[in-house]
Design a binder for this molecule. Structure first.
Ligand code: 8IG
Length: 273
């Protein structure tokens, strides 16, 4: 069987040929963010299912493309249509995007998601930065075959998983609230009791992605910025039941704002690098 790292190298070779060269930054667009791509300018596009190792997207509210755009002097690989753990393919396809990006030369990963929010003082549809995470998926992308050099080995330090340097750069460009993201397996939403527990553990946001991408990204040496789009109040805080359709509708309404934030953040990272 091909190792996940060989498969990522194969995907990177495919993208290097398709998009004519290495890239500097990868942006993973989660739910609510995929339509933001229109604000980033035009670029070469490729269906994500054509790239080795990527699944055809199935999740609601996710696109399904690899797009190459230029921001200042940086080449940015934009990935929409991420694979979620709850789709049942295991952790390797979840980690494949950031591993491919690292193999393509990227040094920075901007990882975005749509999330439930536990704080009533935060505005729905106004992007926030992730300062840290709690991984309650019960999984790690670093199990299985011991990854080869040059990677750090499987005992990856996550003390500064969400780069202080990138958060300072992003916050100067777009002042944003900052909070802790709790990552769960899904695809069901939480019970009100789970959200009360999450609150007491220090979570501000809750979702079904990002944490495994970030662990895999740190493992291959990427510097990470995490951005969340709060699309709903979490269960029990929300006065109404949660629905996937409502979450997508909020994401669509927020696309222009999310796109402007992402563009300004990418411009600032390019200028600082
Ligand atoms: I968008 O409230 C979005 N994704 N687990 N809970 C979880 N994932 C989410 C939520 C939410 N909203």
């Amino acid at each position: 069987m091909t190792s996940p790292f060989d498969l990522a190298a194969e995907a990177a070779t495919f993208l290097r040929n398709r998009f004519d060269g290495s890239h500097d930054i990868v942006a993973v667009l989660g739910s609510g963010w995929a339509d933001a791509i229109d604000m980033l300018g035009s670029g070469d596009r490729c269906p994500i299912g054509d790239v080795p190792g990527f699944k055809k997207p199935s999740a609601l509210g996710h696109g399904g493309e690899a797009v190459s755009i230029t921001v200042g002097t940086s080449r940015v690989l934009v990935l929409t249509g991420r694979t979620h753990l709850y789709e049942g393919y295991g952790v390797a396809p979840v980690a494949h995007g950031v591993r491919t990006a690292a193999a393509l030369g990227c040094g920075v990963a901007v990882i975005t998601n749509g999330a439930g929010v536990l704080r009533e003082d935060w505005k729905i549809a106004e992007p926030v930065m992730i300062s840290d995470h709690i991984n309650l998926t019960g999984h790690s992308p670093l199990t299985g075959e011991n990854p080869p050099a040059p990677f750090a080995g499987r005992f990856v330090d996550l003390t500064d998983a969400y780069s202080k340097r990138l958060r300072a750069i992003a916050n100067r460009a777009v002042p944003m609230n900052e909070g802790v993201y709790l990552g769960l397996h899904g695809p069901h939403y939480e019970t009100p009791a789970e959200i009360r527990a999450a609150r007491s553990w220090g979570a501000d946001l809750v979702g079904m992605s990002t944490v495994l991408d970030v662990i895999a990204a740190r493992h291959v040496g990427l510097e990470v910025l995490g951005l969340s789009l709060p699309t709903n109040l979490a269960a029990g805080i929300s006065p109404t039941p949660l629905s996937g359709e409502e979450v997508i509708a909020v994401g669509k309404r927020a696309a222009a704002r999310a796109g402007a934030v992402l563009r300004d953040v990418l411009v600032a990272i390019d200028a600082a690098n």
